[in-house]
Design a protein around this ligand. Structure first.
Ligand SMILES: N[C@@H](CCC(=O)N[C@@H](CS)C(=O)NCC(=O)O)C(=O)O
Length: 222
């Protein structure tokens, strides 16, 4: 079906997009073979880009101000009724209801919403926390050089120390690597318990895979 969807994603200095949350939506759009274009928005310009377009914030900053994040989409397929959304999972829910997958290929197979959301939370809480301990420097270097000064300032304000001191060092670093290894082993063991297929739900790909793979793409690139 011809669609007119604009995906807002974050540019990088590496070979492909590497934002775990935007990957979720990119994977859903690709899976559904929907036509879309990407508008690349530097992290420092997310709020200034989203606000005037009516894209809502997805959270609140520590100082109480609204937090604007990507992914976001504007779907102008029905030009008289554009759909403007932020937050990866609500976006995928929207895509699933506006452009339903064939029976047996749904991204939220019947009765599995709670399972999908729990996996998304596992990824957000368990996997992505390793970034600050082990990958902050690599993540910083993966951003375009023009973006690095504002990103450095943001990271240093958030952690209250120089960027170079954010990652774990010495024994603490060794322990973080061990914990990451155990976490990945846990994920591998979970997959191996399935008796068929390569996805979390066996033969059927679902939103939970996109959340997991978005993070793995990110880890691979940084
Ligand atoms: N709950 C949001 C989180 C999105 C999010 O944190 N996106 C990151 C990029 S992967 C972002 O935009 N960060 C900008 C910032 O923290 O200023 C979602 O699932 O879309």
């Amino acid at each position: 079906m011809p669609t007119d969807i604009l995906l807002f994603d974050i540019p990088t200095a590496v070979s492909r997009p590497n934002s775990p949350n935007t990957w979720r939506v990119r994977l859903a759009l690709n899976y559904k073979r929907l036509n879309y274009r990407t508008q690349w928005v530097h992290v420092s310009a997310i709020e200034a880009t989203c606000k005037p377009l009516g894209i809502l914030p997805t959270g609140v900053k520590p100082n109480g101000q609204p937090l604007y994040t990507l992914p976001a989409i504007i779907d102008r397929t029905d030009a008289s009724n554009p759909v403007i959304l932020s937050n990866s999972i609500p976006i995928i829910e929207y895509l699933e209801s506006a452009y339903p997958s064939a029976p047996g290929a749904e991204l939220f197979p019947g009765g599995t919403k709670a399972f999908q959301i729990l996996v998304v939370q596992f990824v957000a809480i368990k996997l992505l926390t390793f970034v600050s301990k082990l990958g902050m420097g690599a993540m910083y270097r993966s951003k375009p050089a023009s973006e690095q000064p504002s990103l450095r300032a943001k990271i240093e304000a958030r952690f209250g120390k120089p960027l170079e001191e954010v990652e774990a060092k010495g024994a603490e670093r060794e322990a973080a690597w061990k914990e990451l290894e155990q976490t990945m082993k846990f994920v591998q063991d979970a997959f191996e318990r399935n008796d068929s297929g390569v996805f979390l739900m066996g033969r059927q790909v679902s939103c939970a895979d996109f959340a997991l793979f978005g993070s793995l793409f990110f880890f691979k690139e940084i």
